[in-house]
Design a protein around this ligand. Sequence first.
Ligand code: T3D
Length: 265
Amino acid sequence: METPTTLRIDDHSSYVVITLNRPERLNALSPLLLRELRQALEEVAQDRAVRALLLTGEGRGFSSGADLRDAEGEVGRSGTVDVANHLLHGYHPVITLLRTMPKPVVCAINGVAAGAGCSLALAGDLVLAARSATFIQAFTRIGLIPDAGSTYLLPRLIGRQRALGMVLLAEPVSAEQAESWGLIWRAVDDDRLHSEALALVQRLADGPTVAFGLAKAALEASFGATLDEQLALEAMLQGTAAQTADFRAGVAAFQQKRAAQFRGE
Ligand code: T3D
């Protein structure tokens, strides 16, 4: 991949940190950033040596959503825009890549996550947020509806009433409120966010990667499945997990009363 201009990518061998890097615009999602993020995510998804991903933002915001000032942007040229096309080809591949990533994705929310930036934040598997961070479904403030997955994610995470409250009122939700609602995994002190996020992503990168990926897929499928369908899916995916070297390593470690060393295969 060519060196991206809107992201920083740090390869820690077993995990990768992607940092949205347009702090002067609170990491607004320009078309270029979305293209670069898509390419980076495709590489992370395919690289078997990379066993977990951390996504965060540079500066005082995680992401302010669609870039409302970008000349190339669709929203900025409102009136003549093909927003649907921009969503289909710009945002959707990024959200889908995050949701189907066959390895854990941690999002570390360092500041405001607004509009599609909030959707991006919530697309992670485990979301940590600095206590000063806020989540804003800012879309209706500018006459849009939630997009980039927010109408899917919000009711599943926090239920219809809270989802509607966030969407219709478009007020900031604090990290602590987000944690108590189950919108995110945990709120942490601002000065602990980076170290806690790194510790979490390292822990996940040391885990049974195949089982993590299959578990994610099973949980995702459950929303549209009956109990019988879900039981059948579990049986099939467990059959795959049980063939991994990590399963054998896990059982051996249990029998020998020691910690398992997983290799992600
Ligand atoms: O085709 C499509 O893309 C459709 C998809 C749409 C999806 C969406 O995401 S729609 C929602 C778009 N986002 C918003 O409406 C949020 C806009 N931003 C804000 O409301 C506020 O900036 C925040 C609440 C996020 C933060 O407020 P505050 O007071 O902390 O910061 P600020 O002063 O407003 O912003 C700091 C700078 O970032 C400022 O630039 P300046 O004046 O210092 O040069 C501001 O213009 C810039 N900025 C903030 N948000 C955006 C942005 N620049 C471009 N696009 C932004 N979204």
